[in-house]
Design a protein around this ligand. Sequence first.
Ligand code: AMP
Length: 299
Amino acid sequence: MSVGVIATAHDFRRACQEARTDGELALVPTMGYLHGGHQSLIQAAALRAPTVAVTIFVNPTQFGPAEDLSRYPRNIEGDLRKCEQAGATFVFAPKGPEEMYPPGFQTWVEPGPLAVPLEGEKRPGHFRGVVTIVTKFFALSRADCAFFGEKDYQQLLVIRRMNADLNLGVEVIGRPIMRESDGLAMSSRNAYLSPDERARATALWRALKAVRNAFKAGEVQPARLEELARQTLLADGLRVDYAEVRDPVELQRPEKVDAASRLLIAAFAGKTRLIDNGAIGAAAAGGLAATPFGFCEQG
Ligand code: AMP
């Protein structure tokens, strides 16, 4: 039996309402072109709740004017197979942007200081688009819980804050980053990479490991660790958008790095912008473990 697809907001609301009579409903919002990272979220959601609703929507309001909205990869047939394989109950794939932003739409959710640095600084308006669409999905589904990847670490924090600030009552669950066997974080945007860029893209993972090793060897100055990350990225010909050490809760720059501090990276391989992040105190040499949908850090 293939997973059901819903095209309208009205039908999505109704399907969720009906499903919630069976118990909890878990939501997994995505932009499609699904990979193991998305599937790991769906699988975790299926372990938690009898109904798993996946949304597939390339949300135009979170893209800047110079970004890749029109060429963002899509493959709905493949996505439905992956949803089914991972345990989704149904998929909401709005039939067009107007389904979520009909004529007359004018109300936005405005995120606060957590959305200002890093991605917020490099992609003005991005998080306003993200929290607005996620609020709409929370409202339509009235989900008990929603699953998000740590791959987009700042997004996870911004959504948690939005959910608490607006009393939406959804349990926001963060899940680990799924990686390829060579450490590259899975991403729909990896499809843009040429073979040469793909080889160089592992520099983000290597930068994270180099920073962990330096921390383990005693380095606690954020600036030195950031410089090490930048040098690792540059050595592979990547253009660094940012490489910053932040605390894991407020995303402020710590005076001294501790084990929970995070390195957050954005870098371009050719025209493709990649992001990655991780806790600096995680075991630097603690390899990757195989899971059903990709590789992930042990521990
Ligand atoms: P996207 O389709 O890129 O908007 O991502 C949808 C959800 O999947 C977000 O919560 C992402 O953080 C999550 N995600 C994307 N890539 C990964 C990954 N490699 N590992 C775990 N979660 C991911």
